[in-house]
Write a protein that binds this ligand. Structure first.
Ligand SMILES: Cc1ncc(COP(=O)(O)O)c(C=O)c1O
Length: 280
């Protein structure tokens, strides 16, 4: 990665000069939360919604928000470039404690880090990706955007090891989400996605897609998707801020419909791109 300017605890500095202590609780325990906020031509996409999710994540781990929304905007804005599509990666940990102890430390201040890499368009967008299903082995705080991502990492790697780009996680017979994405399926002509709860991350891209679908009279529903129904879906997509809407053309080595991105994906992707453009 280039040696771009990053933000660390009140300072802007080159990436290779940004250092945190080995006693930081983010390093020792994964005790922190993060956000990923796309920025198109220097404009943050759904900033308020991302900040609201950040506030919820911080509240869930009982860490005080070090800044107001206005202060966050002031902090992040200097990292943005109007000529680029980028994403803010923002991480807040419980800070550096004098000793390694599971209990929350007293009187430590949070570590705040932000960087702003360029968004590299996802190579699989037009051809679609292969996905593999597996039992969700994660925890009960999946609605919190916690930096503690070991479960997600192991699931994603298992998918990659099977020559797939994403793992679709199944719990109690229902598909939940991807290892780093939300999931949509077109079933009997209805665009379905699992409801929010503590077993999925409330994706901002997910919400935008539902909003676009409702505005354009595309039938959609937020309901639990039995894994058996997913296997008969005419289309499956996975969604996230940096990869946007990715068609899944093969699940568990079986083609989804004709093995090509479907008409509902084409329509939604056009609407999504037009919506992004309308905001910049
Ligand atoms: C587990 C998980 N679910 C869903 C998402 C999608 O969320 P968003 O659309 O806000 O990027 C992500 C994004 O990284 C994720 O890691």
């Amino acid at each position: 990665m280039e040696n771009k300017t990053v933000f660390l605890n009140g300072q802007y500095l080159p990436l290779n000069e940004a250092k945190v202590s080995v006693l930081d609780r983010g390093f020792l325990f994964g005790d922190g939360v993060y956000e990923v906020i796309p920025s198109y031509s220097g404009r943050l996409f759904h900033f308020q919604e991302h900040l609201e999710r950040l506030e919820n994540s911080l509240a869930a781990i009982r860490l005080a928000n070090p800044h107001t929304r206005e202060q966050w905007l002031d902090i992040l804005s200097p990292l943005l470039d109007v000529n680029l599509d980028q994403y803010i990666y923002l991480q807040i940990t419980r800070g550096v404690a004098p000793k390694r102890d599971h209990a929350f430390p007293e009187d430590t201040s949070a570590t705040v880090f932000a960087m702003c890499p360029v968004i590299v368009p996802f190579a699989g967008l037009n051809d679609g990706i292969k996905a593999v299903s597996m039992d969700d082995a994660r925890w009960k705080f999946c609605n919190v955007k916690a930096i503690t991502l070991l479960g997600n990492i192991l699931h994603r790697q298992e998918a990659i090891d099977q020559d797939c780009a994403e793992a679709l996680l199944v719990k109690d017979g229902y598909v939940i989400e991807g290892a780093a994405s939300n999931v949509f399926a077109v079933i009997d002509g209805v665009l379905c996605t699992p409801p929010k709860g503590n077993d999925i991350l409330p994706g901002i891209t997910r919400d935008v897609i539902l909003e676009i679908a409702r505005k354009n009279n595309i039938p959609c529903s937020e309901e639990k998707i039995p894994f058996a129904a997913l296997q008969t879906a005419s289309e499956i997509w996975v969604t996230s801020s940096t990869r946007e809407i990715i068609p899944v053309v093969e699940l568990d080595s079986k083609q989804v419909s004709d093995g090509k991105p479907g008409p509902a994906w084409h329509a939604m992707n056009l609407l999504f791109q037009a919506y992004k453009k309308s905001l910049s």
